[in-house]
Design a binder for this molecule. Sequence first.
Ligand code: TPP
Ligand code: MG
Length: 558
Amino acid sequence: MRGKDNLRSAAEVLVDQLRIHGVRHVFCVPGESYLAVLDAFHDSDLTVTVCRQEAGAAIMAEAVGKVTGRPGVCFVTRGPGATNAAHGIHIARQDSTPLVMFVGQVARETREREAFQELDYRAVFGSMAKWATEIDDAARVPEIVSRAFHTAANGRPGPVVVAIPEDMLVERIAVDDAPPFSAIETSPGLDEMQKFAELLAAARAPVAVLGGSRWSQEACDRMARFAERYKLPVCTTFRRGHLFDQTHSCYAGDLGIGPNPKLLERIKSSDLVIVIGGRLGELPSQHYTLFDIPRPQHPFVHVHPGAEELGRVYSPHLAINATPTAFTAALETRKFSRAAAGEAKAANADYRAWTDKPTEQPGAVNFGAVMIWLRENLARDAFLCNGAGNYAAWIHRFFRFRRFAQQVAPASGSMGYGVPAAVAMKRLHPERQVICIAGDGDFLMNGQEFATAVQYDLPFTTIVFDNGMYGTIRMHQEREYPGRISATDLRNPDFAAYARAFGGFGVSVERTEDFPAAFRAAEASGKPAIVRLAIDPEAITPGTTLAKIRARAVAEKK
Ligand SMILES: Cc1ncc(C[n+]2csc(CCOP(=O)(O)OP(=O)(O)O)c2C)c(N)n1
Ligand SMILES: [Mg+2]
């Protein structure tokens, strides 16, 4: 708000810039280091969500960036606030998500004395953020915030950290606002599209691999039309299942952890791999084993919005520096010729055979059957939010994502993501169904944000897969050190009572057949809810048991 003197505090200027750049939501944990910004929120129409821990606030901002393609915004205090928030900054980095985090900083005249909670944010976030900076001069707030938004959102998106000294925030200044930032689409050139057309025409068994960010519903629809027209099998990379309608007849499956062996075979024997949008990091490359480094064994096209990513590990036969949005638009502007061999149909049949029915599992709750019930009963556009743990293998295998951004989960494999992400989705889209799925270990990493859900009356259901252990690590332990259990057992709280203690709804399920009624009761409660599932620890993946993994490891060691 401008005073009679026509001046604004730097904090007011900053909040005005957020509105100009299109921000509607901010997530924060307050701190005395940025009181002036909290005060500027008071008169703004920003929707503020106050969180219980900065990791929660940063993950909420990351989730907003992920589904909207525009920077999610969070505010945290200096020192411990900023280091707590590193959880979300790292996810935004690895997942290529636009995010801007503002950190309250000590007053400028006390800097470099290691003042109370002082940190050098350029150094701390230097290797984690896409850009880390500090605003020294109040008059430069519009310029630096504008650069933060452009940097976070364009090319390969990522997190930007902006430290804001508390004395700078209260300075009163006369300064012009910046114009709104623009999302810059990088389009493929005509020569590149010609070369792409030639590679596609020559290929007998091509496969497309979708990943990364800078997609949209329109881009996904264009990709689906292209696949359909040219009978192209399409798979999605780890936690990017929402980039292709998984009920589409060209869908070939999830190239994540524990993929369908037939999908791996198909990719290995393919004669043209087209990677669109993704980094082809460790998981989609199956720990860098699927393709030869640096030159892949088959013709290889890599389309990525960040020029620095092209040729980073794999030297492609054709590198296209373009956003998936612009690339898929270019696909619609010309005709391609292609010797259709019907492999999309075969690929989809392999996918369906792998995912249509649940596998046999030890224990009275079969999580595969639960996932299949959810895929048949959730709203078509429901958000599914989850973190990391073996429980997620059932999501990737048995759920069927239909719409862009429906899967809100960290490709970086970070635990503790689901609850804050679900809070953010419900804040953004109160009208849409939101589900969180969490492991017992995973849930308690940021489960305190359940209180945030209660505070803002956000009715979403969290399904807790309770197997009494850090299952993923137990699985690795049994593989590498069979029978030597170390630091992977968990003694859990009563998760249903936890929900009730916070003011939500809680129920525990011991048998598969009781799940639908429990889930419906949770949804009908109109409250944030937890449905806890009692899972047999032996049910470690959809395909095997702990005992089998241990027995095989023992036999191999003999
Ligand atoms: C923040 C974070 N800390 C640690 C890990 C390492 N880690 C990966 S999965 C896992 C166990 C997950 O346990 P749980 O949530 O109970 O799921 P489960 O595997 O039992 O299904 C751990 C500790 C991680 N990925 N992220
Ligand atoms: Mg567990």
